[in-house]
Design a protein around this ligand. Structure first.
Ligand code: HMG
Ligand code: MG
Length: 301
């Protein structure tokens, strides 16, 4: 087993990290976070979501955020879109990559996108076709791959069903997500191996929330399976409005510390990343959830 030499980090803090905040976060702060992340060397930043503002009010400023970003060459800014209305708005805002998001269970699909798994996939097919025709790359996320807040354990076969459909519609990358951060390393491996029978593992990504403190272990298991792209959020912000009790994404700082220790290249500078995390924590008035950021700050204090 050899680990990759390089890993792509997809920073999802501005979207997944902030979508669940009860108090509005000003667009200017979101834009500043994105700028600080790109200055730290992050090259893929999930900037916002073109979803219904009735469902996720925190993302209602999507167009304002997109318009305010000082785009840096070599950086991509994927945005979530659930339907054609979202795609049209994302295109109007100049999105260079879009993310469609399905789920491995019917209950989560219904709560998150108000439709069944297959209804969602049918919508995404139209979205993917239209995006690809315009030269916009499409990524596909699958929620609740290791456990569902409404249905409990998830059969890897359910993940495979959604992954194959996303692949068939042209998603260049398929992200398996542990939305509620409940999975463990063995389950992670089994689920990835099941999907990798159908999708080349180089085209898969991992998205782990850290609710049960398993995210880094699961990332290591995923690395061993050959996954080379991981979503994470600066200072471990975040959570999904439709996954009660689930905490944020694994902290980007913690993932970077792991990868640096393994000699795996990411292009990201730790000090700049911690500063970006500090910035957004200051806006939110909360301490960072990254243990690495806390340890490094404590050492240098
Ligand atoms: P619906 O209510 O069935 O949709 O919601 P609708 O078509 O009946 O529309 C309802 C209203 O929303 C209408 O407005 C539409 O125009 C409007 P009205 O006529 O009542 O004034 N609308 C929109 N507005 C702006 N942009 C749009 C849009 N679409 C409709 N794109 C819908 C269905 C899918 C729209 C809704 O359920 C939705 O927006 N869901 C998104 C939920 C969400 O963002 N969840 C969090 C992101 S996923 C996540 O966090 C998981 C992830 O991180 C991976 C992981 O960890 O698992 C990705
Ligand atoms: Mg998530």
């Amino acid at each position: 087993m050899t680990l990759p030499k390089k890993v792509r980090i997809v920073e999802v803090g501005p979207r997944d990290g902030l979508q669940n905040e009860a108090k509005p976060v000003p667009a200017a702060a979101k834009i500043e976070l994105i700028h600080r992340l790109q200055d730290a060397g992050v090259s893929i930043i999930e900037a916002t979501a073109f979803v219904s503002p009735k469902w996720v009010p925190q993302m209602a400023d999507n167009a304002e955020v997109m318009a305010g970003i000082r785009r840096k060459p070599g950086v991509t800014y994927p945005v979530l879109v659930p339907n054609m209305k979202g795609l049209d708005a994302a295109i109007a805002a100049g999105a260079d990559e879009v993310v469609v998001f399905g789920a491995a269970t019917e209950s989560f699909s219904k709560r998150n996108t108000n439709c069944s798994i297959d209804e969602g996939l049918a919508r995404f097919e139209g979205v993917a076709q239209a995006a690809i025709a315009k030269g916009i790359r499409v990524r596909g996320d699958i929620s609740v791959c290791l456990g569902c807040p409404y249905e409990g354990k998830v059969d890897p076969a359910a993940v495979v069903h959604v992954a194959r459909a996303l692949d068939a519609m042209g998603c260049y990358e398929i992200t398996v997500c542990d939305t509620i951060g409940i999975g463990t390393a063995g389950e992670t491996r089994r689920m990835i191996e099941a999907v990798a029978k159908h999708i080349p593992v180089e085209r898969m990504a991992g998205h782990f929330h850290d609710t049960y403190s398993q995210a880094l272990t699961n990332i290591y298991a995923a690395l061993e399976c050959g996954i080379m792209t991981f979503d994470s959020s600066a200072s471990g912000l975040g959570g999904c409005p439709y996954a009660k009790g689930a905490t944020g994404n694994v902290a980007t700082e913690d993932v970077l510390y792991l990868l640096n220790g393994l000699g795996i290249e990411t292009g990201i500078n730790m000090d700049g990343l911690i500063a970006a995390g500090d910035f957004i924590c200051g806006v939110l008035g909360r301490p960072t959830l990254s243990r690495v950021a806390r340890a490094i700050r404590a050492r240098s204090a």
